[in-house]
Design a protein around this ligand. Structure first.
Ligand SMILES: C[S@@+](CC[C@H](N)C(=O)[O-])C[C@H]1O[C@@H](n2cnc3c(N)ncnc32)[C@H](O)[C@@H]1O
Length: 441
């Protein structure tokens, strides 16, 4: 029942070629400049996190007050901007779910599931509801390609059994199980302003892009009223013709646990330059517990990153990474540093927060590729700390300069990845607000 044609996935700009262990990889057929959109792919099926339900339209994900969204008159459990979104959702599968949804979600078989498994169950239900429309010959050819591509994806290494699903369907149980076996290692967290609000299935993107912890591309999501959410793959830096295009499957900052996640959830061993360096470090020592010693490590990290020309995590050359900094790769280092930063910002100790912030920036510069969104998000936090420092505490030219520099750098990062998700209150809007406020200093 599945088909896997490379030809369907070829475009003028990218192609699939065999990969030694990961079946295939996506190669650039042309040069891409930083910020170029490499692929744009509409969602095949998606489901909002429970916390977002009734705040977003279930079809286009537009964020709205529950007062302004209209409830489905059938199940009263789905919310829409207006009749257009309701009708589109109905046609894309809700009609297969609507009448059964409330008894399905209140059944003990559903209620007994863990939260993440409930999300899987709802997403699998949405996938099957959409897919059953093929029988009625109602799916267009793009959707047909997307569904066939999903069936031809590599299964994950774990054989968890499929949860109960909502719609009535004619798929044999083994097909449902096969579809579910693609969930863990192929589905996407959908985010707005880089914060997850839904899960979704984007088969073509799944089929094309392998993972790297030092990726040259990243995923963002575009929301448009009356349309399903769109996934875009954006070049984070210039990509040459012939280069493999990779995205991050998980946050590369999970320096220690990521190997286990790749192994258990995705079934591969990552051989990216960043993993080569981490592996070469062997057993990662814990960072020192004492304040003075911890601060000394932070200072040493800032000095190293300040003079490094290219991160060893980009080149994979572990000989360039000082062994006495190995403890910064311990996951407790970044969590401790983030806690220091948040606590100091919260307590109004802005000079202390600024120091932690500079160390965090150095860490991100080391482990993330240039223009990675988390770098921009942190630099924006740093700019906010500078602002608070200026208006509530000390007003010095050096802080004004740091604020200006942070705003310029954050703007540069988001100029590459571009806007994502909800139109309001995102990082780019916050940068503009701070830039305007700065003029009043
Ligand atoms: C989303 S799919 C990517 C497309 C996949 N290459 C294919 O041919 O269908 C994820 C699967 O691809 C393989 N994969 C992804 N990144 C890899 C990497 N860096 N090294 C080896 N295998 C990888 C793993 O089998 C993983 O479970």
């Amino acid at each position: 029942m599945s088909s896997d044609s490379f030809d369907d996935l070829q475009t003028n700009n990218i192609s699939l070629v065999p990969h030694v262990v990961g079946r295939s990889k996506c190669i650039a057929k042309i040069a891409f400049s930083a910020g170029s959109t490499i692929l744009s792919n509409s969602s095949f099926a998606d489901v909002l996190l429970p916390s977002e339900k009734s705040h977003r339209c279930d079809y286009c994900h537009h964020l709205s007050g529950s007062d302004s969204l209209k409830r489905c008159t059938g199940c009263a459990s789905f919310y829409y901007c207006d009749p257009t979104c309701q009708s589109m959702h109905w046609k894309s599968g809700h009609r297969k779910i609507c009448g059964l949804y409330n008894s399905y979600t209140s059944a003990s078989s559903f209620q007994a599931l863990e939260e993440h498994k409930k999300m899987d169950a709802l997403l699998l239900s949405s996938l099957i509801a959409h897919a059953t429309l093929v029988d009625a010959n109602e799916r267009n050819s793009d959707e047909n390609t997307a569904f066939l591509t999903f069936q031809a994806l590599l299964p994950g290494p774990m054989a968890a059994s499929a949860p109960p699903i909502c719609p009535k369907h004619s798929f044999p149980a083994e097909v449902i199980q096969e579809l579910y076996s693609r969930f863990e290692n192929n589905n996407f967290s959908i985010h707005s302003h880089f914060k997850t609000y839904a899960h979704g299935i984007f088969p073509i993107a799944s089929r094309l892009f392998n993972h790297s912890c030092m990726p040259n591309a990243a995923v963002k999501f575009i929301l448009q009223v009356h349309k399903p959410v769109k996934l875009e793959v954006v070049a984070l830096r210039a990509i040459s013709k012939g280069d493999e295009i990779c995205i991050p499957y998980i946050d590369p900052a999970l320096l220690q646990t990521r190997t286990t996640i790749f192994d258990l959830t995705y079934g591969f061993t990552c051989c990216c330059p960043s993993c080569n360096v981490v592996r070469a470090m062997g057993m990662i020592p814990e960072p020192p517990k004492g304040q003075v010693e911890f601060q000394a490590v932070c200072k040493r990290l800032r000095e190293f990153v300040g003079v490094m020309r290219l991160s060893p995590f980009s080149t994979g050359d572990d000989s360039l990474f000082p062994r006495d900094l190995a403890c910064v790769l311990h996951e407790s280092f970044i969590s401790t540093l983030s806690e220091h930063f948040s606590a100091a910002s919260h307590d109004g100790q802005y000079d202390v927060a600024m120091e932690s912030s500079k160390s965090l920036s150095a860490f991100y510069q080391l482990i993330y590729p240039p223009n990675y969104p988390q770098i921009g998000l942190h630099i924006l936090e740093k700019a906010k700390t500078c602002w608070n420092h200026l208006v509530r505490s000390t007003h010095t030219m050096s802080i004004v300069t740091e604020l200006e520099r942070s705003l310029v750098t954050a703007r540069e990062v988001f100029a590459v990845i571009g806007l994502e998700g909800d139109p309001d209150n995102g990082p780019v809007a916050e940068i503009s607000t701070l830039s305007d406020a700065k003029k009043s200093l």
